[in-house]
Design a protein around this ligand. Structure first.
Ligand SMILES: Nc1ncnc2c1ncn2[C@@H]1O[C@H](COP(=O)(O)OP(=O)(O)OP(=O)(O)O)[C@@H](O)[C@H]1O
Ligand SMILES: [Mg+2]
Length: 258
């Protein structure tokens, strides 16, 4: 029997940026394996290379050294913090866009887009343009688009980072529900320890720049999960343990003036 391929296998990734301002080592020998259907959250101080890692994993950026192998032939679907939807397209057109890129016919595109728009609770806003939506609704659109592409690999860079605290909680619940439904492979970058524990099967903590993986923590909580988990003693203990480690890196990053 063959073992199923890793969804992502990244070996010894380094990334160096050369610019007029100098040379920046953003990633330094990072290796990361992600299983199919796994939800991995990446935590780390500002400027440690989280976005760079995600971009290298998804092929938006080439590594200076090292290899990335993706199991899926699909183009990974990205969700960014902001500006991830096209202002000149309606919600429906935005969500259907990824399917168009993948060569899906118009009728089928619209049907699939509508399903995802329904799942993210935006059915009444199909024909609205992004500037008429709240930040939360725009992110729902971006998330619906990523899921609708049918890609089995979703790469999310602080997708909820620009939202107010209450909207963010609702969106965390939404992400939990969508992921339970589809079990896609997700790598999500966040600054929130709570979000990482609530959503992830595994938390990958990066060190201050140059980014390396400092520690990986398996999240043992059963699924389906709900926000109630946050009220438990086990959750608090895990959050504290992670913060205890992360604070060293955040301080190192502050001292380096990142
Ligand atoms: N295109 C680029 N050219 C030059 N330097 C870059 C480029 N992109 C990123 N960097 C630098 O690489 C380092 C890592 O950046 P990156 O954006 O990956 O960090 P991050 O962990 O995502 O930070 P944040 O938490 O603030 O989003 C930073 O020092 C950044 O200034
Ligand atoms: Mg970033």
């Amino acid at each position: 029997m063959t073992t199923p391929a890793r969804a992502i296998s990244a070996r010894d990734i380094s990334k160096v940026f050369f610019s007029a301002a100098g040379t920046t080592v953003a990633l330094n020998h990072v290796s990361l394996d992600v299983d199919p259907g796994e939800f991995v959250c990446i935590l780390g101080p500002s400027g440690c290379g989280k976005s760079t890692l995600l971009r290298v994993l998804g092929g938006l950026e080439t590594a200076t050294a090292g290899d990335v192998v993706l199991a899926s032939e699909d183009r990974p679907a990205f969700v960014f913090q902001e500006h991830g939807v096209f202002p000149w397209y309606t919600v429906l057109e935005n969500v259907a866009f990824g399917l168009r890129m993948n060569g899906v016919g118009r009728r089928s595109r619209i049907a699939t887009a509508r399903e995802w728009i329904h799942l993210v609770g935006l059915s009444d806003f199909e024909d609205a343009y992004p500037h008429n939506l709240s930040g939360g609704m725009r992110q729902r659109t971006a998330i619906a688009r990523a899921f609708a592409t049918g890609s089995d690999l979703l790469l999310m860079d602080e997708p909820l980072g620009a939202l107010d605290a209450q909207t963010r909680q609702l969106m965390q619940e939404l992400l939990i529900d969508l992921w339970e439904k589809e079990r896609k492979t997700v790598v999500l970058v966040t600054h929130s320890i709570e979000e990482a524990i609530l959503l992830g099967d595994r938390v990958v903590m990066m060190s201050a720049r140059p980014g390396r993986i400092r520690r990986e923590i398996a999240v043992p909580f059963a699924r389906p999960r709900s926000m109630e988990l946050e009220a438990s003693a086990e959750f608090a203990e895990m959050r504290y343990g992670i913060w205890n480690d992360l604070r060293d890196e955040v301080m190192a990053s502050e001292e380096a003036g990142a």
